[in-house]
Design a binder for this molecule. Structure first.
Ligand code: OAD
Length: 250
């Protein structure tokens, strides 16, 4: 399918949904997880992204998340985030389902963002219901007097509000994402390796319900063989070109 035909498919579709992964934020300078420069190539996820690691060494885990928060705070949304927000504004996109925890879709103006892996700006108590979402623009969540920070309600440690390996996904987010996967007629799969389930199952669910799958990714992925359309490019340039075609159609 040419870029123009892909744009036509998007415009004619009743319900378009995007599934994004770390590659969607790569053009904002935020590292991905897998691949040559990926975080999991430099750091062991078992030491940083599990509840066992947190129980063993909460200070080390927090230091790593504060480093990532600083990188995210310095980053700006890129054209992938911006175009998806414009598509939603114009009624061409129903929702963004994201595996990213950086909040860049929301910063770019997307309203319906389903966060499957939580949000890095959230602090949650390990014991009670206490939680808060920090606003880095107000200097929140970038440093703490002590690590781990303590829950103001019960005094137990706070943890970052992200999903760690071995933990279930937030129930409501997963149900909403599955419903969207079943009901959409096009799914844009942007910048994900498709290696982490259950997020990686969503395109397969969509396809089994008749949706067209469009992959935007410079590299082949575990999902590529299921795709109807593949754009082998970095997301920011690909989606800008796609948006250009969409604008020419209207
Ligand atoms: P990965 O790091 O596994 O994959 C990133 C994908 O982005 C790869 O397929 C790259 O080819 C692609 N990519 C790189 N640069 C790109 C660009 N400029 N434009 C488009 N694509 C690009 O990231 P995810 O698939 O998001 O989980 O990983 C899934 C989950 O694994 C993450 O949410 C995280 C991680 O462990 C948790 O933290 C729970």
């Amino acid at each position: 399918m040419s870029l123009r035909e892909t744009a036509e498919r998007l415009v004619e579709a009743e319900t378009v949904v995007a599934l994004t992964g770390a590659g969607a934020s790569a053009d904002s300078g935020i590292p991905t997880f897998r691949g040559k420069d990926g975080l999991w190539n430099k750091y062991d996820p078992r030491e940083l992204a599990t509840s066992e690691a947190f129980a063993r060494d909460p200070e080390r885990v927090w230091e790593w998340y504060l480093w990532r928060r600083r990188k995210i705070a310095e980053a700006e949304p890129n054209p992938t985030h911006t175009v998806l927000a414009l598509m939603e504004r114009d009624g061409l996109l129903e929702a963004v389902i994201t595996q990213n925890v950086d909040g860049l879709h929301q910063r770019a103006g997307s309203r319906r963002v389903i966060e499957l892996h939580g949000n890095i700006w959230r602090d949650e108590c390990v014991s009670c219901e206490y939680h808060r979402v920090n606003d880095p623009e107000r200097g929140e969540g970038l440093e703490y007097d002590e690590l781990p920070p303590k829950c103001p309600d019960c005094g137990d440690p706070l943890r970052p509000g992200v999903v760690w390996f071995g933990e279930p996904l937030p129930h409501d987010a997963l149900v909403e994402a599955e419903n969207l996967a079943r009901s959409c007629d096009v799914m844009l799969v942007i910048g994900t390796s498709g290696e982490v389930r259950p997020a990686a199952d969503l395109p397969l669910v969509a396809k089994s319900c008749g949706a067209t799958l469009i992959e935007i990714n410079p590299s082949e992925t575990a999902l590529s063989s299921h795709m109807d359309v593949i754009i082998r490019e970095r997301a920011a340039s690909a989606i800008k070109a796609l948006w250009g075609e969409i604008e020419r159609l209207s």
